[in-house]
Design a protein around this ligand. Structure first.
Ligand SMILES: Cc1cc2nc3c(=O)[nH]c(=O)nc-3n(C[C@H](O)[C@H](O)[C@H](O)COP(=O)(O)OP(=O)(O)OC[C@H]3O[C@@H](n4cnc5c(N)ncnc54)[C@H](O)[C@@H]3O)c2cc1C
Length: 308
């Protein structure tokens, strides 16, 4: 299983595979399980259906590590339009962006200004989420997050439970009253910096999320998002929240489109706040490979689409 994960995550970075796989119809069909379509309109339609079932949504346009300033500017303009569409349609939707989509690899200051533009364009109070990318980006992502949080309330960042450093990062962010979306982590990281065993990642996730749901973190203004599809963890964390007197509507569960759909609906039906992250866009290859790596059994769906 670990070998398969490594192969798939290596594949995610392979340009040759990227260019070829994206053209095959059977791959495109398999991808549909995790994204309603490539167009913004597809994401909007899906968000309307989910809203009718009590679920919030988070939009993210796929694409990362852009190499031209003009590409990053186009991404910002796209998201500004998305925020206007969301407002016009009164959708319970926010956005989640990657800093490398906003030009982080080109110019840190340019990237920060792009981030500020999006946070300012968000309807009042609506949070803009910053994804966490692979480990070389963690320091700079947290640095830009701190700067943004000093200016705005409505900005949040993702932290990854597989990194040893995350406990310290979380502790140092608490006084800011941060928005934090905790996930397990989706990249290939060496054992020197990340727990190699899944059971250790799960336990670290529980510890970190329990801190986010503690009375003191809540008092400091923490906006907690539990970003996982793991039913056992969700169950344990619901118990922690109840025990700490954290109200059901003061934190959220987020999952990815197409994964654990029944659980998403059950959470909403039981009165918990739940959101579904919807990805769209043409540049889905590395993102899709990470979804396969999370659960190599997903390769079965690709094979089924080859057969027809
Ligand atoms: C809202 C959200 C935002 C995210 N943002 C980031 C980010 O910014 N940076 C980052 O590194 N990672 C991000 N991730 C991905 C995350 O790091 C994990 O890789 C992913 O969520 C799988 O871990 P899990 O917590 O669901 O637990 P797991 O233990 O991997 O899965 C628990 C159960 O969920 C189901 N499941 C999980 N993944 C899949 C899948 N791909 N296909 C089918 N079933 C599946 C299975 O039933 C599995 O048993 C995000 C995840 C979510 C939900």
């Amino acid at each position: 299983m670990a070998i398969m994960r490594t192969i798939l995550l290596k594949g995610a970075e392979n340009q040759w595979l990227h260019q070829r796989a994206s053209h095959y119809r059977f791959v495109r069909r398999a991808v549909r399980r995790f994204m309603p379509g490539e167009r913004l309109e597809d994401a909007i339609e899906a968000a309307q259906l989910l809203r009718d079932r009590g679920l919030n949504t988070i939009f993210t346009r796929l694409g990362e590590n852009l190499t031209e300033r003009s590409q990053a500017t186009a991404v910002v303009e796209h998201y500004v339009e998305v925020l206007q569409r969301i407002t016009a349609l009164s959708l319970p939707t926010v956005i989640s962006i990657k800093l490398t989509q906003l030009g982080l690899d080109l110019d840190r200051e340019f990237c920060f200004q792009n981030l500020c533009r999006l946070v300012e364009a968000a309807p009042q109070g609506d949070i803009v989420w910053i994804d966490m990318e692979s480990s070389p980006y963690v320091d700079v992502t947290l640095e830009l997050y701190r700067r943004a949080r000093a200016k705005y309330e409505n900005v949040g960042v993702c932290l990854q439970a597989y990194l040893y450093r995350t406990a310290k990062d979380l502790e140092s962010l608490l006084p800011l009253g941060p928005g934090i979306r905790l996930v397990k982590g989706a990249y290939k990281e060496p054992p020197e910096i990340a727990f190699p065993q899944k059971s250790d990642v799960d336990e670290n996730y529980f510890k970190l999320a329990s801190t986010m749901l503690s009375e003191s973190a809540q008092k400091q203004g923490m906006r907690a998002v539990i970003g996982t599809h793991d039913p056992k963890l969700i169950h344990r964390l619901q118990a922690v929240a109840t025990q700490n007197g954290v109200r059901k509507d003061s934190f959220e569960f987020h999952m990815l489109y197409g994964i654990q759909r029944a659980l998403q609906l059950r959470l909403a039906a039981d009165g918990w706040r739940a959101g579904v992250l919807i990805s769209y866009g043409k540049d889905w290859f590395p993102w899709y490979m990470r979804r396969l790596a999370e659960r190599p059994a997903n390769l079965f769906f690709v094979l089924r689409n080859i057969i027809g």
